[in-house]
Design a protein around this ligand. Structure first.
Ligand SMILES: Cc1cc2nc3c(=O)[nH]c(=O)nc-3n(C[C@H](O)[C@H](O)[C@H](O)COP(=O)(O)OP(=O)(O)OC[C@H]3O[C@@H](n4cnc5c(N)ncnc54)[C@H](O)[C@@H]3O)c2cc1C
Length: 415
């Protein structure tokens, strides 16, 4: 029986661990938090997973929640310039062909870690360091680091060609709210772009109550351009103050969301988060002091800003691809060449996610605004735009080529 060690019990690490376990591999997971600590800890993400990513979980029998989780049926885009006071300059919405889902990662990771252990998997609760990683690599045929944004990821070198930024491009503020009214029409990721200031996202999800039941809630994520008018959460520690500031911004920039959220409350004491992410791509293989190699997975290698809501979905897709390649490898060694090839295969998809996400962090160029503008009157274009969130290569080539954007617009009839 081949053995695999995975450091990090998140979307990528746990999905791969459970998948390989079900195929007869002996898997060890190292997590710096127990299932209970994950479940009762601070919120981590808005974690919207679009259909193809959900399908990778479903294929492993790991979709425990979609019958209870409010489906995200579409995406609504509004452009609301500062001073517009509730009059969007541009607005459209379209349905996703299949719904997306946002299951609180605290709920998901806690349950998956318990399930992995219940099925006989070995779990070590500790913060793995280089020495522990090296010991694990001596005891397993393959060792993967899926520690997300954790410090252990610094083992992997930065890839300067794939990493154009050296600092966070947004300051993030997140909260989980309960008792909100549902959006009129279909449910959606409500995405409001405030030129020069940042973006506001509101989307439904499923979380866990203190009693261990599930309940629907709304994610609110504010992506503030540093120093801009949305960047007001620095130093705010008090959850109620965090909520008050969020509602004030919603009232100013997206009253359509504010109206249904204004009487909502935080889901729990850990339901606020603020922080920042420096987008970065790292080289996939690191060499340990013993000379053995380890392979990275998920955010450890490709960290994108959450502006496009792709990190967890990409981690799920990476886990599915790695699992297939590990199985195909049979009894052959998991050497450096195999590791690099496996990541490059993933990168042939993920590079589109990174390029699209990085493009969204700058001021939108005229051809992208032209597509958004045309989507208001061309339902087919709005549908194509919204559904590309499920498979970001579909944003190309038009995203980077004005003439292709023009062609795309012409392909779709005005309603
Ligand atoms: C505000 C915000 C909103 C987001 N919204 C979305 C969204 O809507 N859709 C989407 O797809 N993505 C979203 N993302 C991104 C998404 O959450 C991540 O990309 C995804 O969780 C990455 O999965 P991962 O398995 O690589 O890492 P994680 O899920 O971060 O898991 C890593 C795990 O490793 C553990 N760990 C770290 N170091 C060690 C160590 N040394 N030893 C042991 N364990 C360790 C960590 O505690 C963690 O549990 C968002 C992110 C943020 C910050």
């Amino acid at each position: 029986m081949r053995s695999v060690a995975i450091i990090g019990a998140g979307q990528a690490g746990l999905q791969l661990a459970l998948g390989l376990q079900s195929q007869g591999y002996r898997v060890t997971v190292v997590s710096d938090r127990s299932a209970e600590q994950l479940e009762t800890g601070r919120i981590m993400s808005t974690q919207a997973l679009f259909h193809d990513a959900c399908a990778t979980e479903r294929a492993q029998g790991l979709d425990f929640w979609s019958s209870q989780c409010p489906p995200i049926e579409g995406i609504a885009v509004n452009v609301s310039p500062p001073g517009a006071r509730g009059q969007p300059a541009l607005s459209f919405a379209a349905r996703l062909d299949q719904p997306a889902y946002s299951v609180d990662q605290r709920l998901k990771f806690g349950a998956w870690l318990r399930e992995f252990e219940r099925r006989g998997g070995a779990v070590l609760i500790e913060q793995a360091d280089i020495q522990r990683t090296d010991l694990l690599s001596a005891e397993h045929d393959l060792t993967l680091i899926a520690s997300g944004k954790g410090d252990l990821g610094r083992l992997f070198e930065n890839d300067p060609q794939r990493s154009p930024f050296h600092a966070p491009q947004r300051h993030l503020a997140l909260a989980y709210l309960k008792s909100a009214r549902p959006r009129a029409g279909h449910s959606a990721v409500s995405f409001t772009l405030i030129p020069g200031a940042g973006e506001i996202f509101v989307l439904p999800g499923l979380t866990r109550t203190a009693q261990g039941h599930t309940q629907p809630y709304e994610n609110v994520l504010i992506e503030a351009v540093p120093g801009g008018s949305l960047d007001v959460f620095g130093g705010v520690r008090e959850p109620q103050e965090h909520l008050r500031l969020m509602l004030e911004l919603l009232r100013e920039y997206c009253p359509w969301d504010y109206d249904r959220l204004k009487d909502a409350e935080l889901t729990d004491e850990q339901a606020t988060l603020s922080g920042k992410v420096t987008p970065q791509v790292r080289r996939p293989v690191a060499r340990l002091p013993s000379g053995r190699c380890v392979l990275g997975l998920g955010d450890t290698l490709v960290i994108n800003d959450p502006i496009t809501g792709q990190g967890a979905g990409s981690a799920a897709k990476a886990a599915a691809l790695y699992q297939e390649r590990i199985i195909w490898r049979g009894q052959q060694p998991f050497d450096r060449v195999w590791m690099e090839q496996t990541f490059e295969e993933y990168w042939s998809y993920a590079r589109y996610v990174t390029r699209w996400t990085n493009a969204m962090l700058g001021p939108p160029p005229p051809h992208i605004l032209a597509v958004l503008n045309a989507a208001q009157s061309r339902p087919g274009l709005a549908h194509a735009f919204v559904n590309a969130f499920n498979h970001p290569p579909q944003f190309f080539p038009w995203l980077e080529h004005p003439s292709e954007a023009e062609r795309l617009i012409e392909q779709h009839q005005v309603a």
